[in-house]
Design a protein around this ligand. Sequence first.
Ligand code: HAM
Length: 411
Amino acid sequence: MASKYQAPRGTFDILPEQASARTRLEREAAEIFARAGYEPIATPVFEDTALFERGVGKSTDIVRKEMFTFEDKGGRSLTLRPEGTASICRAYLEHGMHKLAQPVKLSYLGPFFRHERPQAGRYRQFHQLGIECIGTDSPAADAEVIVMLSTLLKELGVPGVELRLGSLGSLDARRAYLEVLKAHLHAHEGDLSKDVRERIDINPLRAFDSDDAGTQAVMAAAPTIVDRLEGEDAAHFAAVRAYLDVSGVAYTIDSSLVRGLDYYTRTIFSFVCDSLGAQSEIGGGGRYDGLIEQLGGPPTPAVGFAAGVERILLALGEGEAEVPQRKVFIVTANYDQAMELAGDLRQKGFPAELDLAGRSQKGQLKHANRVGARWVVFLHGESPELRDMQSGEQKPVDLANLVDEMTGAEG
Ligand code: HAM
């Protein structure tokens, strides 16, 4: 459908033609989350910068390059939130949620900010919807969280979605593995890109994400943690997979899967959609058993995901869905009667509009066409008439039967 709006000039505006698909998505997500016992939470759009430095990790691209950080009038450093998990863990601690029955299951939706180079599917202001299941290390929780995102994408009808699954092991296993990985990278330093070489000791996992050919060759032979999982870590990962199998959620094990945040332990996952091009991840997440402790709380295992609203809409082909057309436009010179009828129709579920600009009768009819009305009701004199704008047919109508007439002709 061609847009009636002028092309965007780099501002983040959600225009009316994009809003209804968003509303549907938000409604479905809220319903799916609520059905599984996830309760909505909202946290502020900006927080102390230290929260993200400690939570997301100082070595990550997000903290190093992508945060919108500013000083307030009291000299405090604040940051527009680049993600939601750290804020939700802060709220969990501040509100004493660790004293409630565990796990605490929360859902959220809202704007997030990252200073990235904008392109299709990547924006500086974007929206995420997500859930966090805090206070359990059960693999059933990992599976539930993954099934929730899978269900949402399925119910929305997002085509061509694939789930990639990996595990980073527990904090200790992850730490030990990182030493082995660093040794491998140091042994092949000469073949790595400058960026990866400079960050071997800071963030070696990112080397798996590199698009540099030399680095990719080194990484093809790199040890992976999935192949080295032992004991409880291996059992946890096996249990997550088994629960996904019984839930009928298909996945591929991706031993080179990495994520852009430092807090992950054990399960990590990513839902990708090929039609999205370079920014192919529609949503993802994982377990973060060390994060709450890192933020000053008691040891508290947790798992969650976030998905990009704009990316889901892109994958759905935003704006292409045909909304059933049942709008009624009331052409009249008698505004009292028209307002009463519009109110009555709206209450019965028919979008109804009337002229608000003092147009002539002819002008009103033209406007009805412009706003895409399916029906026009003419309230002139004693004998109202109904016009079906689709067929062009116009006939006298008894207002008491108006809704029946229109419903009967819908299809
Ligand atoms: P993330 O992978 O950084 O994870 O972001 C989650 C999703 O947000 C991505 O899969 C993508 O769809 C969307 N997204 C990220 N950056 C942008 C952008 N610049 N423009 C448009 N969409 C974007 C997190 O944020 C974690 N907090 C997820 C999580 C929750 N892990 C555990 N719990």
